[in-house]
Design a protein around this ligand. Structure first.
Ligand SMILES: *Cc1c(COP(=O)(O)O)cnc(C)c1O
Length: 384
């Protein structure tokens, strides 16, 4: 008999891995209303600069809908590309010091489409062990050989590349994929070393700046910019759904690579273009991020981060729990005290490394962060 979904759900439940959707009865902001739990302080979103529900972006978005329209009708290759999409890509490429850029409806679509368009049979994709699901799926879809290197372990990266060089065909590509700030542990990639290795070995580098764009570097341009390595990264990828507060994904690269992606990236070709109003609003978000207002928001964000944890090096602060149930219980205890801090479990993180994941925003008030710090210090430490 074919397996029943009820049985699969029960298995998940018994392993402490079943997920439920919670109803949010307020906009996405630091103080939210969760159905069943009432008002609480939100430490779960990736809205690092507090733009998602800002008065400024809401007004611009509303005006842009009236000016440019709500929907886009079809794929950009079919219906024609509206000016707002070209303008956004030109601004983004300029901001990222890149020849060209291409935008997608989500970061997930960007990751899966770009990797699977660039690589195929005869190529090798090498990923950091903690890479985001969208990057892994892109590698799987590509049909290339896949190798994973232990998180941020440069020696192992070298061995994987040496292996890859023996595998690839004559024109084969070796694509190294990593994140600048890892989404679940907040660690930074040793970017300078990775760039040196990939240049020595003649490989390509795709860097997912999802959690760094808007937060790091001059004008919030990302970790590559902070380390003055923008021109060394072949594919600067990222999303507009985190610090930019909206939705959509992007990749910046040479004109030739971007033209190739227009021809090959299936999540671009076979997907309706994002709303022109959204594209125009993202362009305004980029202006905010890159300007003095962005600098002020970053200052506030870093002040909030260091208020919670002096040693933190990104806006993501993981608190390791180990067991799924320990993490879930801690998350429940915090919720009862009025803090939304999600428990992150397998397969989002490796087995036995379930954790609480705190994310901070420039929109958080100092007293909220202090209150969370106190609540965290009252948690029972995990027993193992
Ligand atoms: C969130 C995230 C994505 C996906 O971006 P969306 O715009 O949310 O689809 C891709 N990569 C990483 C590392 C992420 O954290």
């Amino acid at each position: 008999m074919m397996r029943r979904p009820e049985d699969e759900l029960l298995e998940l439940e018994q392993a402490g891995l079943r997920r439920y959707l919670r109803r949010l009865e307020s906009p996405q902001q630091p103080n939210i209303n969760l159905a069943g739990s009432g008002p609480c302080r939100n430490f779960s979103s990736n809205d690092y600069l507090g733009l998602a529900n800002s008065e400024e972006l809401r007004t611009i978005f509303a005006e842009n809908i009236l000016k440019y329209g709500a929907g886009s009708g079809a794929s950009r290759l079919v219906c024609g590309t509206m000016d707002q999409h070209f303008l956004l890509e030109e601004s983004l490429a300029e901001l990222k010091r890149s020849e060209a850029a291409l935008t997608f409806s989500s970061g997930f679509a960007a990751a899966t489409s770009v990797i699977s368009a660039l690589c195929g049979k005869g190529d090798v994709v090498i990923l950091d062990k903690l890479c985001h699901a969208s990057l892994i799926d892109g590698a799987r879809l590509s049909g290339a050989k896949i190798r994973v290197w232990p998180h941020n372990d440069l020696n192992k990266l070298r061995t994987r590349i040496a292996w890859a060089k023996r595998q690839v065909g004559k024109n084969g590509r070796i694509l190294i994929v990593t994140e600048s700030v890892f989404s679940m542990d907040g660690a930074r990639a040793p970017l300078r070393d990775i760039v040196e290795i990939k240049n020595q070995q003649g490989a390509l580098l795709l860097l997912d700046e999802a959690h760094a764009f808007g937060v790091f570097g001059p004008q919030g341009r990302g970790l590559a910019a902070e380390m003055a390595l923008e021109s060394e990264v072949d594919f600067q990828m990222g999303t507009f759904s985190k610090a930019a507060g909206l939705a959509g994904g992007y990749v910046c690269a040479t004109r030739a690579f971007i033209d190739l992606l227009v021809n090959r990236a299936r999540g671009f070709i076979y997907s309706t273009a994002p709303s022109p109003a959204l594209a125009a609003t993202i362009e305004s978000a980029l202006e905010i991020i890159a300007g003095e207002d962005g600098d002020r928001k970053r200052d506030t964000l870093w002040q909030r981060i260091h208020l919670l944890d002096d040693d933190a090096r990104s806006a993501i602060i993981p608190i390791l729990m180990g067991e799924n149930d320990t993490a879930l219980t801690a998350s429940d205890v915090l919720l009862e005290k009025g803090f939304l801090v999600p428990a992150i479990r397998y397969p989002t993180v490796p087995r036995d490394s379930a954790r609480l994941r705190v994310t901070l925003s420039a929109a958080h008030e100092e007293e909220d962060v202090i209150a969370l710090r106190n609540a965290l210090s009252e948690l029972e430490p995990p027993t193992d």
